[in-house]
Each structure stands twice: as C-alpha cells, then as structure tokens.
Write a protein that binds this ligand. Sequence first.
Ligand code: HEM
Length: 233
Amino acid sequence: MALTSSMLFSSVGKKLLNAVSGLTLLGFILAHLIGNLTLLTGNSDAFNAYGHFLIHKTGVLLYVFEYGLIVFFLLHIITAVSVWWDQQVARPTSYKKTASGGDTSKKTLSSTTMIYTGALILVFAIMHLITFKYGPAEAQGYTTIVDGVEMRDLYRLSIEVFLKPGYLIWYIIANALLGLHIRHGFWSAFQSLGLNHPRCTPILYKLGIVVALIMGFGFVVIPAYIYFKGGVL
Ligand code: HEM
C-alpha cells in the first residue's frame, strides 16, 4: 500500500513515524553506550582512537549518520508534540486526574510523563553536545598521540567533566529520565507499529523495562564510576 501525505499526517501516521524514529534513536544511544563503556577500561588510547576513527575515518558515512540523527531527532520531537497536542485538545480532563485503565491501558508514571521526560532529554542532548562534541579540542590543548597519530584527547575531557559533582548529578537525573522515557516508549513504539498480540505484548512490555534499566544504569554508571574512583587510570 502506497504511503500518501494525508496518511503520514493522520494520527496513525504520526505515531508510526514517532515509533520508527524513536527506535532508531534508541539504536544510536545503545551503540553510543557500548562505545562509551571503553572509558571504564582506563584505556585512554582505545577511547581516543575510537573517537578519532568515527570522526576522521568514516568519510561520507559520518555526514549520513549525523544528518540522519538530526532528521530522526526532529521527526521524533515533532510527531510526539503533535500527537500530545491532539490528545490535549481531544481530552478535557488532564492525565493526572484520570485513573489507570488497568493492565491493557498501561498507564504508568512513565507513560503519563513522556512529553516532560522527552523535553528534558532534549535539553540534556543539547548541553551534552556543547560539553563534548563542541567542547575543548586540539586548539585548546586537548591533544594526544596514539600510534604516531595526533588526535583530540576526548578521554581527558570525559574524565575532567565527570570529576565535577554538578555534572555527575545532572547525568544521574537526565539518564534516570531517559530510562523512564524508554520504559514506556519502547513498548509503545511496537504497539504503534501494529505488534499488538496477546503473546508478544507482555514480552515487549517486560523487554522495555529491561532495555530502560540497561540504558538508564549504563549511562549513570560511567560518570559515577569515574567520579567515585577519582578518574579511571
Ligand atoms: C556517560 C554518558 C555519556 C558519555 C560519556 C558520552 C560521550 C560522548 C562524547 C565523548 C561525544 C563526542 C563524540 C565526538 O565528537 O567525537 C558524544 C556525542 C554525542 N552524544 Fe554522548 N555520551 C554520553 C551519553 C549520551 C546520551 C545519554 C545521549 C542521548 C540521549 C548522547 C547523545 C550524544 C549525541 C547525539 C552525540 C553527537 C554524535 C555525533 O554527532 O556524532 N550521549 N557523547
């Protein structure tokens, strides 16, 4: 069946786009978490070489990846806000005053705060990019040499950042909210994609909790470990 523009902007179309973009972003942060775990090994060369490879050795793929990430982020935000807005207009009583509809409605703290946790994750992502991607680099003396190649010392920056208690607290709060967002978003995305089956749904619901815990804890463990060990080396 061909996808027309009126289908895309229908409630179902928006939920579909929201689900696809959300799961794609989840794929990115899962890969990002795995890559960042190398920080905990204390192997600064491995971490810096990994960052250098992504930025300087992936050629045109880097642009596809970065622009793709921006498009998916925007798509996810626009469709989420639009679906949320439609619900506000359609529903006179606020979410808070509505009782849970039981197991089938899955009304939880996570599901009723999606728009707020999403907004905070956006703030976090922007600040995170300012700190790391656009933070101190070679020009500010953050340079190292790995296997004879001069590159940005992202390892030094990461350790310095996470030794500051303010960053630690902020990363704990933001990533707990990220976990809360994923806890409902994961399951809900599969519902929007039509995977609604008495046998699949409970499994996806539980899997969502596991994925949320992995992501939330994973991103909290990295700054916490660095902070409490006073660095990693
Ligand atoms: C302990 C947690 C984290 C660490 C140590 C970390 C580390 C980094 C570093 C070092 C970069 C810069 C890469 C470069 O410029 O070469 C980066 C980029 C980025 N991070 Fe994180 N990150 C963490 C958590 C997160 C989370 C939770 C998200 C999403 C919600 C996220 C989203 C991003 C994005 C979108 C980029 C830019 C990617 C690009 O444009 O290539 N990060 N991160």
